[in-house]
Write a protein that binds this ligand. Sequence first.
Ligand SMILES: NC(=O)c1ccc[n+]([C@@H]2O[C@H](COP(=O)([O-])OP(=O)(O)OC[C@H]3O[C@@H](n4cnc5c(N)ncnc54)[C@H](OP(=O)(O)O)[C@@H]3O)[C@@H](O)[C@H]2O)c1
Length: 246
Amino acid sequence: MVPMSARTIALVTGANKGIGYEIAAGLGALGWSVGVGARDDQRRKAAVERLCAAGVDAFGVPLDVTDDSSVTAAARLIEDQAGCLDVLVNNAAIAGVMPQEPTRTDPATIRTVVETNVIGVIRVTNAMMPLLHRSASPRIVNMSSSVGSLTRQSGPDPEQTAGPVAVAYAPSKTFLNAVTLQYARELSGTKILINAGCPGYVATDLNGFRGVRTPEQGAAIAVKLATLPDDGPTGKFFDDAGVVPW
Ligand SMILES: NC(=O)c1ccc[n+]([C@@H]2O[C@H](COP(=O)([O-])OP(=O)(O)OC[C@H]3O[C@@H](n4cnc5c(N)ncnc54)[C@H](OP(=O)(O)O)[C@@H]3O)[C@@H](O)[C@H]2O)c1
């Protein structure tokens, strides 16, 4: 068996750009070895090169979260490379074709968004689970969004606090939050801490760069949840300001 790495090993999905790239940079700045999960060979290679040039111990992990064989191969690559995984950041997501008024959205859009944003997270998490169990302090961070908060969606000013009506993207994050809780319940009593994080409204491809925060600012909550102490929270939903209501 491959000896477990002395370095902390992290995998970030969708790390070739946007918030995921900055999460990889932030974890790399801690001296960690960071797997850059990305589905496109060119984009992955470019991101790894940029991170390495910035001094990060980065390595490429071919990874399409919607593809079983790709995810299985990614787990094998990390096992061969490091023997275990300390931190998994499930960051990859899509918004889906917009606008998404419920009465006018093609069900195929909803299926595609859920396949990536929810089932993709489950697929990757389960493939990495044996490697995470070998870590002394395993952490899972699911990048969610406050647009998935049912409390905010049903509050007095949802347009301001939970974004526009979007029947695929917003419920996909509600679903992801619920899934995060289910994992936390199953994994209670293990060393694994799993939480959901919201990066705020960040200027990235996902929203046509309309966000007001930088990807680096958006990455901060993921770095925080990736570095929780062993007695830290699990099964919770946080942003930079603290707990986000479900
Ligand atoms: N931006 C915001 O304001 C905001 C707010 C709240 C939450 N979030 C969440 O933050 C996370 C990062 O979003 P972002 O704004 O940085 O978006 P982004 O710039 O569009 O980046 C999304 C990343 O996910 C990857 N991806 C998409 N589908 C994939 C798949 N099937 N397999 C592997 N990778 C895949 C993309 O890869 P490609 O380059 O190959 O497409 C890209 O690397 C997401 O979970 C998002 O929901 C963002």
